[in-house]
Design a protein around this ligand. Structure first.
Ligand SMILES: [Zn+2]
Length: 260
């Protein structure tokens, strides 16, 4: 409930910010398409969260095999849990780009040809489902508490609305912020329709994982940067829902750095 109120207020604030102070020019007449596609996928996903994602996490959180020292022990335990979950989000996101089967689903998010706060909730329900199942063993093995999962889910939603948005930040502030957390300029490069950039900047909350594991892009965001998947176009909602099951939809994932 707190997550919904917080996320709603944050979404409204960031949406207002990106309209009042945009970084890139908004494509004319794109709003209706964006609302039906991104909104439709969000509706499906918000049903999945309480029905699938949270029950799986709750089950995994109580199915501990051992007790990690300091786990769920006040703020230190919470901080350690959030760090582990953010590292896993990085690894999982990278796998979504590397494995053709996962890319089939994840590319639905990347087919968006412009980014704003609504892109943060544009995911194929299949990706949400597979991610929830894949995370369960991590929660069990690292003894993460359910409260930490809830805190992380809220944090990820707030971070995603922020870093997908078209809000313009003063360059100096954004550069300083980007040393620690993923900012719009950092994440827009991940949505650049050039495969080498799409396969970089995987961070969700913290940028240090990209630096640590060598996946930081040298590209700087420019206002006229083409957004989307190289060589592919966006599609209507039903076509997006069917996309992972279409023959050949794993193809762009094989087009890696060598292609550019
Ligand atoms: Zn991605």
């Amino acid at each position: 409930m707190l997550k919904a109120v917080l996320a709603g207020a944050w979404f409204a604030a960031i949406s207002a910010w990106e309209r009042l102070s945009p970084s890139a020019a908004r494509p004319l007449g794109s709003d209706f398409k964006r609302w039906t596609r991104n909104g439709g996928l969000w509706l499906a996903n918000s049903a999945l969260s309480p029905l699938i994602t949270l029950p799986i996490a709750a089950w995994a959180a109580q199915a501990d095999m051992w007790t990690r020292p300091n786990a769920a022990n006040g703020w230190i335990g919470l901080g350690a849990d959030l760090l582990i979950l953010d590292l896993w989000a990085y690894v999982w996101h990278r796998l979504n780009h590397a494995w053709p089967l996962l890319w089939r689903f994840h590319q639905v998010h990347h087919r968006d040809e412009f980014l704003d706060a609504t892109s943060a909730v544009r995911f194929h329900p299949g990706e949400v489902l597979i991610s929830a199942v894949a995370r369960a063993p991590i929660i069990i093995l690292t003894d993460i508490s359910f409260i930490s999962v809830l805190a992380f889910e809220t944090l990820v939603l707030l971070a995603a609305v922020f870093h997908h948005s078209n809000a313009r930040l003063p360059p100096r502030i954004e550069t300083a912020l980007c040393i620690f957390v993923v900012t719009p300029s950092h994440h827009w490069v991940h949505h650049h329709a050039q495969r080498a950039d799409t396969d970089s900047n995987y961070g969700t909350v913290l940028t240090m994982w990209d630096r640590l594991f060598g996946s930081l892009s040298a590209t700087r965001r420019s206002p006229d940067m083409t957004i989307g998947v190289e060589g592919q176009r966006d599609a209507p909602l039903l076509a997006l829902a069917a996309l992972p099951f279409r023959a050949g939809s794993d193809q762009p994932a094989r087009n890696t750095r060598a292609a550019t």
